[in-house]
Design a protein around this ligand. Sequence first.
Ligand SMILES: *Cc1c(COP(=O)(O)O)cnc(C)c1O
Length: 406
Amino acid sequence: MALDKPIYLDHNATTPVDARVLEAMLPYLTTDFGNAASVNHAYGERAKAAVSRAREQIAELVGAEAKSIVWTSGATESDNLAVKGVAEMYREKGNHIITCKTEHKAVLDTCKHLAERGCTVTFLDPDEFGRVSAEQVADAITDETILITLMAANNEIGTLHPIAEIGALAKSRGVIFHTDATQAVGKIPIDLDAMGIDLLSLSAHKFYGPKGVGCLVVRRKGPRVRLALQMHGGGHEGGMRSGTLNVPGIVGLGAAAEICRREMPTEAPRIQALRDRLHQGIEGQLKYVKLNGHPTERLPNTLNLSFAYVEGESLMLKMPRVAVSTASACTSESLEPSFVLRAIGVPDDLAHGSIRFSLGRTTTDDQIDVVIEQVLQAVNDLREMSPLYEMVEEGIDPATVKWTEH
Ligand SMILES: *Cc1c(COP(=O)(O)O)cnc(C)c1O
């Protein structure tokens, strides 16, 4: 008998390819394998037509023009192209970039790299919920500011920045606005024009498309954004990103976008209701649980909880039937607590006991019941073994204990 696979609640890390997406992709791996740049014969023509259709599908999901889409290998590349591309192209105009401490590493590390090369970067502090305000951004703008880069939704805690307000501010001050919308796209409505976004990064594998494909949306008018090339070669994508197009991947990205656009109005509330039931099921039956992230301005699928007197890694080991992420997973092998939780002021000991549950299209009601039961059992078991927890239950504040010194 095959072992049951664990329940997958790690959709912010990646999602399975939707069966309908796979079906749309298959012909472009086999019969319609042409190079989209070989337009002198039918093979190339068919590939090119499929790519054009995918442009329309993405454009419609994010309120952009089809022509403004530049295909990439994913959001990491899109973020690099946006941030470095602007910094290098607008160097004459200024060298100041505004971002936030809780951005994805693809943006943070790119900004740090530019800071080492003479750019001035302001890393804004978010509030306790992980949000920055438009006023904070306004206060940080100088005559030298050329770029504001702030994510639409945070991958660890799900918090949403006030993107439309920041977009309007950027417009009024003549500063280019990039948003890493990798977690937002497909989960909440995003509209490039209505939100005043100039550059937008997204990635297929975060919304039921394949891995290794994404795009950067580059505004073409009001203002026309120019970027310094990061990939030299055949001059594909209007010269913005050379390299033979990943046609099956792009077709998958387009199909995934269309499904999200059609199904978001019913899917998002369904997932949010499950997410809230999970939250209540845990919080209602366990003490010392803290929500990380904004209570309302948050992705509908994301629940990041800190369990005091418990260690996140041990908690995961105690729940082999549940695939979730510890807060430190994004900073990979290191034992450092999550820099995102640190930036919102979660103490290190609590941060170490944090778990991100991220729900998705395949999450069911029954799965949530199992997960609640597993979490309660695991946390209770671990706390029973914790001397610290015992003290707290006996009314002793561990902070007041005088430990013997050696
Ligand atoms: C996953 C993710 C990325 C990286 O995307 P890839 O396509 O895997 O390179 C960037 N930003 C955010 C917010 C993400 O969640």
